[in-house]
Design a protein around this ligand. Sequence first.
Ligand code: CTP
Length: 418
Amino acid sequence: MADTNSFSMAGRRILLGVTGGIAAYKSAELVRLFKKAGAEVRVVMTPDAARFVTPLTLGTLSENEVHTEIFPENEAGSWTKHVALGLWADLFVVAPLTAQTLAKLVAGACDSMLTAVALTARCPTMVCPAMDHDMYVHPAVRNNLDTLSNRGITVMEAEHGELASGLIGQGRLPAPETIFERATQVLATQATAGDGPLAGKRVVVTAGPTRERIDPVRFISNHSTGTMGFELARAAARRGADVVLIAGPVSLATPDGVRRIDVESSAAMHATAMKHADADVIIMSAAVADFTPTTPSDSKIKKDAASSGLNLKPTADILAELGKVKRDGQLLVGFALETDNGLENARGKLERKNLDWIVLNNPKEEGAGFGTGTNRVTLLSRGDRRVDLPIMPKAEVAEAIIELAVLGIDPGAIDPIS
Ligand code: CTP
């Protein structure tokens, strides 16, 4: 995480979007916190938000005019205000974000100053959804939040607790202090992008499984959750790298400061990876399917026809292809998932695929492999180094891999999880 202790909010330009939910009253305190920290604050609100907290309150606290309508009455010359406001901001925070405005942001609708500004803002955006529990967990809302997250927007999840409806569940807007801290973190991450030992380096990470289509309703895939790759991307971005994360179908939020490209099939991952084959560092942590149906069917295969068997062909070995075009000074890191003869097989892959490092893990070992929050890996280098790491949370494994394989720093004393 970016160092927020030394980061100052003074002079930062915060555009606060307020939408029409009961939690809108907390936005007044949020404006106060930003102002107290020395930030400049401008507020845009949806017309419905003005039913919960008045523009007069937020205008007085922010010391700036509050904008609601995209076509304000009697205001000549204000037509391009949505563009000006979007360009002005260093950070756009929407708190609270209702399900309704969320859907509009996903669709790119622009029926108010807030939604129009969301399309013109070039700065990082952070949203704080708040609504009743059943709405919050509804697949429509979850999908919409995932869409925003995939676009690189920071989604601050709502908290559990008592809701305005009297129900208890997830949906509460976090306290203004908590939102303020997260906003500071987002800005600090952006301010330090380009700083750090990997500044100026282009790092590509692949993550998650691939899906190989059999017919419109079926596919071949595996249990990869993508966690290891996402943590690697996060660890590289924290060190200032320009990170591209090529992700198979996973349900993880994009780490701050990372450019994410979603792909589905091994063929799409292959094509995307080759477009970035000249990066300084490539870490291939995706669990790519080794086989794909020879001729995927355009219509659903009926039971009777399926019994005649499924024809498969091997997929391209992306890592081996990258190894073939590896340039001088480029670092190529692969993973090896082995249940038997791990060291021998991993060494074989290191040589065959022209890698600099390979990260060996055994999904049969407790605390390692898919679906666990932890991993236990051994790193092997082209120069015959072997480093056994203890069982650690995947985020720490990622830190250790970046330090050792990319930066050449040996992992210090790492406490294994007891
Ligand atoms: N890999 C790849 N393209 C594939 C298969 C694997 O780029 N079609 C990469 C993985 O991302 C990983 C490494 O190759 O970094 C090793 O993957 P793994 O599944 O352990 O080995 P395979 O090469 O597929 O060989 P096998 O399944 O026979 O062990």
